[in-house]
Design a protein around this ligand. Structure first.
Ligand code: NAD
Length: 358
């Protein structure tokens, strides 16, 4: 039976890299019925909302979505599509694999890391109080009453929220991912030496969950040391799990180590739904020119297939993408050492080369 997947093509280069991805997935032999919906600028123009309820409802119904990049509308008052989707669907885990591929220019080789970032709490709880507001004054006065250390009355305040349930859930996801994907080790990343209560709680919960997975090695690292070690001895690490802000930063560090935006896929996963997307944006200057690199979106599609239990097709796609990039003669401009657009393949030509290698 065909899987039903919500497809949100996005805007800018989104529709082109989305089309490339559905072509490759359809050619991989997995039967998918694409339920196409809009979000972002297109949805704002046609339906007056960047994240229409029909789009969220479709993902809820199908339980899996594949999303192209979208331009953030200029001006205040628009809710973020990504944050809206994460919250509406409870997508608590952000999955960011980072693999070096022969043919992609990067300072490192042999990188094979997976960053699992908590997506809904931590420093991005969304609870903030602006300097000078009556609400902020009330929060500061409460803190000053309860805590021996005094907060300046002109301070702005952001609240970091770490819960036992949120910590257990994200660490358990990292271990389950490790087990399902033949990974050997999970490292919890934190700053529990300074933030003894919030990160201390995260670390204790991580240690408790790790005890349920004796087949997988577990250790922990303080986030600043983690960044240095990733650059100095990345081969010591495998799956990394961490609260929201650290995950945001460390996952971009890993993306930079493997050659940047054009090749970096991601997934946002919850208990009842998951949405996969490239980490790059809508690259408006390349839109409509058939020259955008489809790799990150195709690899996001492969990550989605793994999540759906279609491992063999996912592996075929990943191998085909790697082969085309390694050969290097049918790749988009950004993957060429000379970046010469006159010698580069179009998005369509690169897609066809990948399909031919499946
Ligand atoms: P961007 O990722 O769109 O572009 C950054 C640079 O990388 C540009 O030089 C661009 O041309 C290049 N690039 C990115 N993807 C490429 C690809 N697939 N092939 C070839 N070149 C590629 O980031 P930006 O310019 O900061 O943002 C543009 C718009 O995208 C903004 O409105 C931003 O808010 C939005 N954005 C959306 C998402 C998302 O939907 N998940 C993520 C990031 C940015």
């Amino acid at each position: 039976m065909a899987h039903r997947v919500t497809l949100i093509p996005g805007d800018g280069i989104g529709p082109e890299v989305s089309e490339a991805t559905t072509r490759v997935i359809d050619a991989s032999g997995v039967a998918i019925e694409w339920d196409v919906h809009q979000a972002g600028l297109n949805a704002l123009e046609s339906q007056g909302d960047v994240l229409p309820e029909a789009t969220v409802e479709s993902i809820r119904r199908n339980t899996v979505g594949l999303k192209g990049p979208m331009t953030t509308p200029i001006g205040s008052g628009f809710r973020s599509v990504n944050v809206g989707l994460r919250q509406a669907l409870g997508l608590y885990a952000n999955l960011r694999p980072g693999n070096t591929m022969a043919g992609v220019q990067s300072t490192f080789d042999d990188i094979d890391l997976v960053v699992v970032r908590e997506n809904l709490e931590g420093m991005y709880s969304g609870i903030e109080f602006d300097t000078g507001t009556p609400e902020c004054a009330e929060v500061i006065s409460t803190i000053n009453r309860l805590n021996p250390k005094k907060v300046d009355e002109r301070a702005a305040i952001s609240i970091k929220v770490i819960t036992p349930e949120g910590s257990r859930r994200i660490v358990r996801y990292a271990f389950e991912y490790a087990r399902a994907n033949g990974r050997k080790k999970v490292t919890a990343v934190h700053k529990a030496n300074i933030m003894k209560f919030t990160d201390g709680l995260f670390l204790r919960e991580a240690q408790a969950v790790a005890a349920d997975y004796p087949d997988i090695e577990f250790n922990d690292r303080i986030v600043d040391n983690m960044c240095m070690q990733l650059v100095q001895k990345p081969e010591l690490y495998d799956v990394l799990v961490m609260p929201n802000l650290y995950g945001d930063i460390v996952s971009d560090l890993v993306a930079g180590m493997v050659g940047g935006l054009g090749v970096a896929p991601s997934g946002n996963i919850g208990s009842d739904a998951a949405v996969f997307e490239p980490i790059h944006g809508s690259a408006p200057s390349h839109a409509g020119k058939n020259e955008a690199n489809p790799t990150a979106m195709i690899l996001s599609g492969a990550l989605m297939l793994r999540h759906m239990g279609e491992q063999p097709a996912a592996e075929r796609i990943e191998r085909a993408v790697a082969a085309v990039i390694r050969e290097g003669d049918r790749v988009t401009y950004d993957l060429r050492a000379d970046r010469d657009p006159s010698k580069a393949a179009t998005t369509t030509e690169m897609t066809e080369a990948i399909v031919a290698r499946l």
